[in-house]
Write a protein that binds this ligand. Sequence first.
Ligand code: NAD
Ligand code: DAU
Length: 352
Amino acid sequence: MFKVFLVTGGAGFIGSALVRHLIADTDVTVVNVDKLTYAANLTSLADAGDSERHIFCHADVADRQKMRDIFAQYRPEAVLHLAAESHVDRSIDGPRDFIDTNIVGTYTLLEVAREYWNRLDAETHNRFRFHHVSTDEVYGSLGQTGFFTETTPYSPNSPYSASKAASDHLVRAWRETYGLPTVISNCSNNYGPYQHPEKLIPLVIHKVLEGEPIPVYGKGDNVRDWLYVEDHVQALLMIATRGKPGEVYNVGGENEKQNIEVVRAICSILDELKPGKGSHADLITFVEDRPGHDRRYAIDASKISAELGWQPAESFASGLRKTVSWYLDNQDWCRTAMKNYQGQRLGLKAAP
Ligand code: NAD
Ligand code: DAU
């Protein structure tokens, strides 16, 4: 195991789950680089934030000099690059930040990592890894059947997925051209505690608790493949520590659900835990579809399973129940997260 990890985006949803795990369950030191955008929340780090092994650096990954200083000062042995603009609807309304962070930020980090890696002593040089954390959305949209594999051609449809696809290509090029020991993972939809309420599952919980209409895009029949965030964290660590340089690993939960099924499942858990007058499902409202809405995502995770022995531990039913309960118990966290976002519809500015 590496002794010092540089994690970018460690104040976000998945990054904070990774940092909490690294601090609680390993003895590695975590250098957590985060710009603290609207999506970040330092309280998501919980006790990990106060650990002596957690070093927080408030910085933009696109700031080359700052990144050079951080690498020089803390000497990471591996990079887990999660920092990104992550919300599809926001990318429709304003793609600029997605270009700056996801493309230029990744480019900057690759260059700084390459310069640093070239000067490492032989042993550290050989062990160094740059793990780029990406998404299944780069593959585009599936029809009724089939799965995304590591060789599915890229076909991104939103500004978000196009920016992630561009960053994946940069990472690949830095491996092929400069030999930087990179690995890429492409994962399906994550859910769990500390996810920003702009995303479907926490948004539905919020709407139910407020007694407001639950917005379901289109007919609610788009399909996503849901993975509990802690299962993703386990996969990330396997890939970062045991993945083969130059390889790509798909990560997914084998949990395909139509959006409407997910929304109804949340409503029925809340009918039990927070009963109202009728069923919360009465709040479901079908609204204008997301422009360019990908129909179906589904991951074939057989490579990571066969080569690294990864399997998700959480079932969707148990993970969703845990998640809903967590949101009910952590309304203070939600209020902080919602300071910059009050649950309004995003992503409709594509119309002329
Ligand atoms: P998030 O939006 O919750 O968190 C992103 C974090 O990155 C925030 O803390 C933010 O402050 C930070 N950040 C943004 N721009 C930055 C910059 N320029 N410099 C430094 N920090 C910056 O995102 P998430 O859902 O935790 O996703 C993390 C990564 O995983 C992303 O790369 C995303 O593309 C990928 N991913 C997410 C999912 C998912 O379902 N959430 C699935 C697959 C892949
Ligand atoms: O597949 C991985 C991707 O999953 C990640 O790369 C992204 O960072 C992450 O945000 C997520 O993207 P989605 O667009 O799939 O997630 P979102 O939660 O925004 O939407 C999930 C589905 O629910 C999608 O089909 C759109 C729909 N939806 C979403 C919202 C916010 C609704 O029907 N109503 C809503 O209000």
